[in-house]
Design a protein around this ligand. Structure first.
Ligand code: IPD
Length: 333
């Protein structure tokens, strides 16, 4: 099938639809945020464990919001495809990833935060065309932050261009020790998984003369969409995670890119046999569940193009320290 072509006007229209939908479901989200609880059993606001894993849960609000968003989108764009966290949970990983316009939606990203009333949780609506994100909306209703972007049309937070800072407030770090990083520990709690995460975080934090990166700080918001929003905003330099799904970050990826940030494949090189001269950060495939994002870096004075070089340099420095983990890709290809 030939690749889909889309005009800026059409992208703008898709973005307007996604914004309207996020705003429509915002009040239900906010209401649910204050009423949902781990022990609110027997009503619509209970948190239900997914597959017996208490670290991964779903609420009726997740399902309701996804239904509303998809039913509206199906009315407007009957020919489009749809991938949503809760729909996919019902049918399993049995959908085909195609070049067609595909709405990739997480109705509540950061469900654990939602259940624990921690405000980094929101609605993530992405649209992919030719398998890549072209429109993204992340709405964090409790923080009242609406992040929006469309390919070639820039990225905004509540209408203000991203990143919200610029030079000289936003400077360009040259090493990880000057960077603030966001990551996640994920919901898999096996011995091997936790060991690999902790070893990775240890190397990132450890002093440089002991082989680490002495990264300035490492934070976990509990929401991949929020992590990417922080990178686009310019308040976190780097986000790395393996394991999240396309619906967690499809929207965030285009928001980061349109804010001047860069995204890469997050497969780590620690313990790999790749020779040093072949180590170069690879393009991100959003269906592969391994992501590394670096915020916009202003060029150094008198050095055009240096910002992009530094993004790659920082990405390589992270990939050198993080471990790869096997994850089944999203969908079939
Ligand atoms: C999760 C969050 C979390 C990330 C997980 C995601 P959910 O999304 O984004 O930060 O570590 O990989 O699954 O399940 O709360 O929508």
């Amino acid at each position: 099938m030939s690749a889909c072509v889309v005009s800026p006007e059409q992208l703008q229209a898709y973005l307007a639809t996604a914004v309207a939908l996020a705003k429509e479901v915002g009040p239900v989200f906010k209401d649910g945020f204050w009423r949902t609880g781990q022990f609110a059993t027997g009503n619509d606001f209970a948190a239900i464990d997914k597959m017996g894993n208490e670290a991964d849960c779903v609420t009726a609000v997740d399902c309701h919001i996804e239904k509303v968003i998809f039913s509206r989108l199906r009315e407007i764009y009957p020919e489009h495809k749809f991938v949503g966290e809760e729909t996919t949970a019902e049918i399993g990983n049995k959908y085909k990833v195609t070049d067609d316009p595909t709405w990739v939606v997480d109705p509540v990203d950061g469900t654990n935060n939602f259940v624990h009333h921690f405000p980094y949780t929101g609605i993530s609506i992405g649209l992919t065309i030719n398998k890549e994100p072209v429109v993204g909306v992340i709405y964090l209703p409790v923080l009242d932050e609406l992040y929006t972007a469309a390919k070639g049309l820039g990225a905004q937070l509540n209408g203000q261009s991203l990143p919200i800072f610029s030079f000289p407030t936003l400077t360009t770090p040259t090493s990880l020790s000057q960077c603030s990083m966001v990551s996640e520990h994920g919901s898999l709690r096996s011995e091997s998984c936790i060991k690999s995460r902790l070893d990775t975080f240890k190397r990132l934090l450890l002093e440089r003369d002991q082989g680490g990166a002495s990264i300035r700080n490492l934070r976990f918001t509990g929401s991949a969409a929020s992590d990417l929003a922080l990178v686009a905003k310019g308040v976190a330099e780097i986000y790395w995670e393996t394991g999240p799904h396309a619906w967690d970050y499809a929207a965030g990826v285009i928001i980061v890119l349109e804010s001047g940030g860069a995204v890469f494949d997050g497969s780590g090189w620690w313990g790999s046999s790749i020779p040093d001269d072949e180590k170069s950060p690879q393009p991100l495939n959003i269906w592969n569940r391994k992501i590394l994002a670096v915020r916009h870096m202003p060029d150094l004075i008198g050095k055009p193009g240096s910002g992009c070089q530094i993004q790659k340099h920082l990405a390589a420095a992270v990939l050198n320290l993080v471990e790869d983990n096997p994850y089944e890709p999203d969908g079939s290809h």
